[in-house]
Design a protein around this ligand. Sequence first.
Ligand code: HMG
Ligand code: MG
Length: 301
Amino acid sequence: GLPAKVTIYEVGPRDGLQNEKGIVDTTVKAEFVRRLLDAGLPIVEATSFVHPRWVPQLADAADLMTELMTDLGELGRALPVLVPNERGLERALELGLRHVAIFGSATETFARKNLNRSLDAQFAMFEPVVSRARDAGLDVRAYVSMCFGDPWEGAVPIEQVVSVGKRLLDLGASQLSLGDTIGVGTAGHVTALVDAFTAAGVGTERLALHFHDTYGQALANAYAGLRAGVTTFDASAGGLGGCPYAKSATGNLATEDLVWFLEGLGIEHGVDLGKVVATSVWMAGELGRPSPSAVVRALAG
Ligand code: HMG
Ligand code: MG
């Protein structure tokens, strides 16, 4: 049967805003995060401590986190942030943050494009990040990108994804988020990938699924994931998102689409749909374009 309860891991402020052409004001970002928390989202990934030249959209990461901690105290410190390397971790530690996420690639080409490292060299970059973070008592999530297909390499073999994912978990990450960065995955492929992790000894309680909706498959893929036993799903309010270093990556699975779908199945999620829709409508106004989410458009009235 299906799980009774699902955790929605909100990535809009990070995966969404990292891909915007314009730079959103720090105060608007802070308001976005606060509204998402107020809508009941249990985890809101706030920003990235990456090189500001690589992702200028998130160059204000320290200011944003300082503002959020001033407003929210411990709740602000607990918001996860991406850190690719030791420099990123140091920036997060200076602020006293508690949750970080590393982001690896399942393919050679994307490792080079996104991390300026070979597939193998990415592990050497992440190893001290995870060990130092854990020593400092932080929790570390690990993403794997290009788990289904890669715009340069085509289809990505399942064994390659499992191998990269296991290496990231072995470094000491608590959870692995499997990313369909360019949204080419389909439901049967999701089932096969989750089953391959299970067969390799990685239980579904350690997995999360991270879908982009480029081909309109994200929700069908989430259903396949649910049926395979996964209970954590990444989503982005209003369907914002994409990766600036991945050709043809568009928006993430919209949080509203996921919530509507879970409602229909009677699966507990703790999120107030109306509040997320109102937040996405407000954010669309800030960004100057409508949300791509069908649920947002239907409910916005
Ligand atoms: P690099 O140029 O190889 O870095 O970039 P380096 O280690 O050679 O250092 C060069 C300079 O950068 C040094 O400064 C460092 O201090 C500085 P200099 O001495 O020359 O003055 N530097 C930094 N400054 C601030 N913060 C840092 C940092 N690191 C180095 N963290 C690096 C390597 C990994 C930093 C770079 O490639 C990078 O920032 N990449 C980030 C790309 C990115 O953010 N992509 C989007 C997120 S991933 C994603 O969206 C996928 C996901 O959603 C899942 C999915 O959908 O698949 C998660
Ligand atoms: Mg993503």
